[in-house]
Design a protein around this ligand. Sequence first.
Ligand code: PRP
Ligand code: URA
Length: 212
Amino acid sequence: MEQYKNVFIFDHPLIKHKISILRDKNTGMKEFRELIEEITTIMTYESMRDVELVPVEVETPLEVTTQYRIAEDSIAIVPILRAGLGMVNGVHKVFPTAKVGHIGMYRDEETLEPHEYYCKLPEGIESKMVFLIDPMLATGGSACDALNALKKRGCKKIKLMSVIAAPEGIKAVAEAHPDVPVYVSTLDRGLNEHGYILPGLGDAGDRLYGTK
Ligand code: PRP
Ligand code: URA
């Protein structure tokens, strides 16, 4: 993946530890949800390294000093429904005032083609830094379509954050959207014939919400 300059794969022991529990088929819904949230929070620290800061004057008990804050109303989070919803609180822990948009996508189980069924974005999103979030980057179809949907609505500064990615998904996004930095906590081996990531963690939406 070194050929893709905009792809960042985390190699952090704390993430490795949490991912190992997340993958375990015996990990229940509550713990699964908490782990997705915790991993997202760790990833958010890294992926926010280059957010825009503005100088502010702060009066300490001793003197006035110039400090730096994240520009007000400059960040939006956009989860891809459903599984992306599981990551929202993880970003909000670090950055609680980020506005939230929603893009609804589902993969046709036969063709693996993504279908957009919902899109509601915060006003003025075109001038914000947008974090598109989805725990799974498999074929990359859903992420590519969601990125197209955001760009069509004027978004210019977008980052994609996924917990687990397959090489196929990274390639698809990096080639179709070379301007979009991609942050993934773990790169897996590949996809099975049903488009599931191997070794993966199964169906993220089902494990988050207990639908199967
Ligand atoms: C999952 C996942 C991604 C997509 C990834 O969603 O949350 O959105 O699959 O696959 P892709 O990279 O091959 O497009 P799914 O379509 O299962 O919908 P859900 O979140 O409602 O379960
Ligand atoms: N979506 C999931 O939830 N899991 C996969 O492994 C692939 C796509």
